[in-house]
Design a binder for this molecule. Structure first.
Ligand code: THU
Length: 131
C-alpha cells in the first residue's frame, strides 16, 4: 500500500470529523487485504460516547468482513503528528500484527512510520487468553 495515498485518504476523512466540543479533528484510513476504509472522530454531548477516528475506520472495515488491518494512517492536529490514544492502540492490536505500519501524517502530507510494537509494547492480545 502506498503510504502517501493512505495519508491523503485520512486527510479527506478528517474533513468529516464531528468535533463540536473539542474542535480537535482527526481522520484515519486503514488498508485491509484489499480495500481502504476511512473514518473520523465522532463526538457526543455525553463526552464519553465519543468515538475516535481510528476506531470508526477499523469498525467500518470489520463490519464489512475485513478483520485484518495491514496499515493505518492517522492525521489529527494540523502541523504535528497525532498518535493514537490508548483505546485505539488496543483496538489496532486486535486486528493487526505487531509489526503493522502506523503512519502518522501532517497536513502537508509529511509522515512518520511507527509499528504497533513500538507504541504498545507488551500488548494484551487474544493469545494471552489461551494461556
Ligand atoms: N481522538 C481521535 O479521534 N483519535 C485519537 O487517537 C485521539 C483522540 C479524538 C477524540 C476526540 O473527539 C478528540 O480527538 C479530542 O480528544
Amino acid at each position: 500500500m502506498d503510504f502517501n495515498t493512505l495519508v491523503s485518504k485520512a486527510l479527506e476523512a478528517r474533513e468529516k470529523a464531528y468535533a463540536p466540543y473539542s474542535k480537535f479533528k482527526v481522520g484515519a484510513a486503514v488498508f485491509t487485504d484489499e480495500k481502504i476504509y476511512t473514518g473520523c472522530n465522532i463526538e457526543n454531548a455525553s463526552y464519553g460516547a465519543t468515538n475516535c477516528a481510528e476506531r470508526t475506520a477499523i469498525f467500518k472495515a470489520v463490519s464489512e468482513g475485513h478483520t485484518v488491518i495491514n496499515a493505518i494512517a492517522i492525521v489529527g492536529v494540523e502541523n504535528d503528528y497525532t498518535y493514537p490514544c490508548g483505546i485505539c492502540r488496543q483496538v489496532i492490536a486486535e486486528f493487526a500484527a505487531k509489526d503493522i505500519k502506523i503512519i502518522l501524517g501532517k497536513n502537508n502530507g509529511e509522515y512518520i512510520v511507527k509499528t504497533l510494537d513500538e507504541i504498545l509494547p507488551g500488548a494484551f492480545t487474544k493469545e494471552d487468553l489461551q494461556k
